[in-house]
Design a binder for this molecule. Structure first.
Ligand SMILES: Cc1cc2nc3c(=O)[nH]c(=O)nc-3n(C[C@H](O)[C@H](O)[C@H](O)COP(=O)(O)O)c2cc1C
Length: 308
């Protein structure tokens, strides 16, 4: 399938997750056949004015292809400037976050706050489309709360503003992650626009994703939490069919190309907790693995856990 002129390896893509979809994790997902990777959300303003912290989120491996960068902003002019600056040039697609429910983002009028301000959302999308020859996509939730489900109208607005595809998480901003993703509404969206629609929410395997596409008519499915600690999900493999210690070490190796050992050890903790969560008997190792400061010691513990 294609998003404008960008061919995807498969319709099953990685959903962006702040703190998790780092360059190491994305590269692993790509190596297992993930159709498209998306960075963690990056502040457009941060990229223009704050420098290193935001720019570090743009680190990527060459095997991560095609790759999308997700920006968040409610300022059309800033979007235009950040795209024109060339800082996003290494990415094939530019995605705009219009679904983040985090108070510090919403309070500033960004993320899912834009669900309440369709004119401004449209202006942000148009400014990105105008400034870039690359496809621009939008990820959003189905509405702000249960009394304002606006998913199909929002989708049409995205299409009219020039978006080349959209990704819809079937929850409202108010629901955060409670309840379940409303795939009926995602299906309504899929039938209301002509651009590709990726459905998102609560999908834990590619077979489930395939089923969702068939039932609800989406062009693809974005998988988030279902891929955590399981990047091999995109190859439809199970934990017992892959060499997990090797994969974890690869994740460390990629991370170490870009960051200090101290930073890597700290940031790998949440990934390590995910990698070992399904291992029976790993409980006694968990504390040791996630508190260790030393990579060789972590590697030893990982080998021990997975040899059992
Ligand atoms: C820890 C975490 C971080 C997230 N960060 C982002 C983000 O940066 N941008 C975004 O659009 N969505 C973000 N999301 C939402 C996911 O992309 C996805 O929409 C949501 O988790 C539902 O899909 P899932 O059930 O497959 O996880 C995040 C979700 C989680 C759990």
């Amino acid at each position: 399938m294609k998003i404008k002129n960008v061919e995807l390896k498969s319709p099953f893509i990685l959903a962006p997750m702040a703190g998790f979809t780092d360059c190491g994790f994305r590269s692993l997902c790509s190596s297992f056949g993930c159709g498209l990777t998306v960075t963690e959300m990056v502040s457009a303003r941060g990229l223009l004015y704050k420098g290193d912290g935001s720019k570090a989120l743009l680190n990527h491996e060459e095997n991560e292809s095609p790759r999308s960068v997700q920006i968040f902003s409610n300022e059309p002019q800033v979007c235009e400037e950040v795209i024109s600056s060339g800082v996003l040039n290494d990415f094939d697609i530019i995605d705009i976050n219009m679904g983040c429910p985090m108070p510090k983002i919403v309070k500033e009028g960004m993320g899912s706050a834009l669900l309440k301000n369709m004119d401004l959302a449209g202006a942000v999308i148009s400014s990105c489309v105008k400034s870039s020859s690359k496809p621009v996509t939008v990820k959003f939730r189905i509405g702000y709360d249960k009394n304002s489900i606006i998913a199909t109208d929002f989708a049409k607005m995205c299409e009219q503003s020039g978006a080349s595809a959209i990704c819809v998480h079937g929850r409202t901003k108010s629901e955060l992650y409670s309840g379940s993703s409303n795939w009926d509404i995602i299906g309504d969206v899929a039938h209301s626009v002509s651009i590709p629609v990726f459905g998102n929410g609560d999908v834990l395997s590619i077979s489930e994703a395939r089923e969702k596409m068939k039932i609800f008519g989406t062009s693809g499915v974005a998988i988030g939490r279902g891929a955590l600690g399981r990047p091999w999900i995109f190859a439809e493999k199970t934990q017992s069919e892959v060499d997990v210690p090797k994969i974890i070490k690869k994740h460390f190796e990629i991370f170490l190309k870009y960051y200090s050992e101290k930073f890597v050890v700290l940031n790998m903790r949440k990934h390590l907790a995910c990698y070992i969560k399904d291992i029976k008997g790993a409980k006694i190792y968990r504390q040791k693995i996630v508190t260790s400061q030393n990579i060789d010691e972590i590697y030893g513990l990982i080998d021990e856990v997975f040899s059992k």
